[in-house]
Ligand binder design. Sequence first.
Ligand SMILES: Nc1nc2c(ncn2[C@@H]2O[C@H](COP(=O)(O)OP(=O)(O)OP(=O)(O)O)[C@@H](O)[C@H]2O)c(=O)[nH]1
Length: 325
Amino acid sequence: MKYQKRSFEEQIIMSISAAAALCILPFLVIRIINQDWYIAFLDFVAVASTTGLLAYVYFTRRTLFARWVLSIISLAIASGTIWLKGAEQIVWVYPAIICLFFILPPQLAAVLCAVNVGFIGYLLHADMTLLDNVRYYFSTLVTFFFSYAFSDRMRFQQVQLQILSYKDPLTGAGNRRAMEEKLIDIVKEQRQQPQKVKACLLLIDLDEFKKINDQLGHACGDEVLAQTSALIEHMLTSEQYLYRFGGEEFVVLTDGNLEQAITLGESIRQAVNDFPFEQGLHITVSTGIAEYQFDETEFEWLGRADTAMYQAKSAGRDLCCLAAS
Ligand SMILES: Nc1nc2c(ncn2[C@@H]2O[C@H](COP(=O)(O)OP(=O)(O)OP(=O)(O)O)[C@@H](O)[C@H]2O)c(=O)[nH]1
């Protein structure tokens, strides 16, 4: 298992766990030397649990449970150490706030932090001057708002990046990477459950697309691709997936039987034929339809659909052809 291949969440939880264990360890040693046993025990629990979490995520790659445990540890350690040692330990509130905003959704982190800050404020208010109390609430509030803004922005960008990495920017259909991953999943599933209804693949290629580019320009070609994609997408159910395979080629993956796939292919062919494209263009598509055959690879499956699509081209275009078994 290479560290680089780990998900962002795994990396965050492992890094925070490692940093927490390393930062608290020297204090554990100092507490033991000073024979300050209660807080030594608390530090020991913190070091042991964060090290355990690091190992847990490293070996299992599971983050949900680890995320919750790490949140609880952060809050418990910050509150516990202040409860035992008083205001001198207040500095541990700030990393705990930041930690929570890193590992939990911002709204949830906000609620837990507010409760924790309030609880610690309650523990300390009698030991601190009025000015110290004001300073405590203002400084935690500032940390809270910066962490919230950062976490919210980071999560938004993460979602955007994920969408971008699986979508074709021109048409909004899934891109080739998304298609390959889905194909691998389907092939795996079909191999494990051969009795299940077969999956089907439709390879749809726009006919004589080069002429549109040559005669009306690349921008018009782009518009036709986007409109065709939207048209097809509109005809699919939630169990049917559209991908842009290459330039003017689309792939539809469906878990229905072969008859349903043929009906879908025909409906798409007809819908494209009838669609009033820009500048009065009349567009047609040639489609190859292939049902998954037990034990073939995703490339063999795609290859059979491709051959069927070329048969449709050779037979005059604007046709659906069924792949040979
Ligand atoms: N506008 C536009 N054109 C593209 C894009 N990607 C590929 N193409 C063009 O699509 C055309 C595909 O041409 P061909 O492979 O010759 O196919 P065709 O003209 O559709 O002919 P047949 O497939 O035989 O019907 C090429 O001119 C590519 O430049 C794109 O993103 N936008």
